[in-house]
Structures are given as C-alpha cells and as structure tokens.
Design a protein around this ligand. Structure first.
Ligand code: GDP
Length: 194
C-alpha cells in the first residue's frame, strides 16, 4: 500500500481540504503515547509505505495527514496521557484534537488504540465518551497482544469488551502482524458505505 505524507497540521486552518483534487474519506488514529500507534500504521501500510515515527512526548502537538492508497487519508493524531507533558501542551492537544474531531467533515472512522495489557484508562474512556457524544464511528484496537499469554489475552479482551456495546475489540501485534487483515476490513467498510 502506497502512502504519501501530506502535511503536519498545528491548527485547523492547516488541515488539508481536497487531496489531489479529491474529497477523500479519512481515518483517524488515536491513543496514549507509546501505545504502538506508529507500529500499527507501519504494519497497515507495509514496506512500500512510509516509516511512521512516534512524536516525542512533550513536543509540539501535530496532526499528520497521509494519503494511503488511491482513495483514503490517514490522520495520525498526537498521543495523549504522557504524565510529564506540561499543562500548556496538554491544553494544546485538547484544542487541536477536539476541533479536529468536532469539525472534520472528511472523518469517517476513528481507531482507538489501547494497550492490551492495560485496557481502558481514564483518558481513553474520556475520548470514547466524547466520540459517542459527537456520534463519531470508531473501532477499538488492542495493541501488543504478543506480550500476553492466551489466558491473559482472553481476560484483557473481556475487560476491554465490557466497556463497549455490541462491538468487538480487534487484537493486534506489530511483532506477529496479527490483526492487520481484520483492521483493514474494518477500515475498508467506510469506502463501501460511501
Ligand atoms: P507510539 O508512541 O504510539 O507511536 O508507539 P510506537 O509504535 O512507537 O511503540 C512504542 C513501543 O512499543 C516501541 O518500543 C515499540 O517497539 C513497542 N511496540 C509497539 N507495538 C508493539 C507490539 O505489537 N508488540 C510489542 N512487543 N511491542 C510493540
């Protein structure tokens, strides 16, 4: 899958409008710092794509936009929940991300990443409630499942499921590539639903 960097946006005016003359559906990736977001993006796009890198926590908060394949955009949102980030950067995150999630017309699906060992943490639940309130469609990906035994995984997935109505979390590992196909299936639905 070919991926091309479009822009890093620090404010809504910089969000790309049309990409190569087209109004493309967009998928946003959200999660705590270190949850494995860059690794997931790299696994989805594969070797032909770009190398996605995780932003250093505490740095300027940016949303990175990529054209993926012929007809889709991925928005890589800045990670949250890093304890040592100064207050003003946290406020910046909230403002940028909320205006994105609230206003972004092209946004068709959010992917919430959770560390499968930790499950839902407070900031993740806040995000989920926010998305539900604003009626944004989302899927939940449980990352780093290779770090869990079968039993731990079952318990972890059960705990994640308990906070979701009628939806299944998708287990993922960047080490084994498990889950790549299922995540792509979930993403592809937005195209067929258009
Ligand atoms: P980001 O900050 O959310 O972009 O997270 P990264 O993708 O940079 O990953 C954070 C750390 O977790 C890195 O040390 C990765 O090597 C590790 N990591 C990410 N995904 C996996 C995974 O599926 N399995 C394992 N074992 N480690 C992972």
């Amino acid at each position: 899958m070919l991926a091309r960097f479009i822009i890093s946006a620090a404010k809504p005016e910089q969000f790309p409008d049309r990409v190569d003359g087209h109004d493309l559906p967009e998928v946003a990736f959200l999660g705590r710092s270190n949850v494995g977001k860059s690794s997931l993006l790299n696994a989805l796009v594969g070797r032909d794509g770009l190398a996605f890198t995780s932003a250093r926590p505490g740095c300027t908060q940016l949303i990175n936009f990529f054209k993926v394949g012929e007809d889709m955009v991925f928005a890589d949102l800045p990670g949250y929940g890093y304890a040592r980030v100064p207050k003003d950067i946290k406020a910046e995150w909230k403002q940028l991300v909320e205006s994105y999630l609230e206003q972004r017309r092209q946004l068709e699906l959010c992917v919430i990443l959770l560390d499968s060992r930790r499950g839902w943490m407070e900031k993740d639940l806040e995000l989920k409630e926010w998305l539900e309130f604003h009626q944004r469609q989302f899927v939940v990906v449980a990352t780093k499942v290779d770090k869990l035994s079968k039993n731990e995984e079952r318990r972890g997935m059960d705990a994640i499921r308990r906070q979701m109505q009628d939806a299944e979390p998708l287990p993922f590992s960047a080490v084994t590539s498990r889950g790549v196909r299922e995540i792509w299936q979930a993403i592809s639905k937005i195209k067929s639903a258009r």
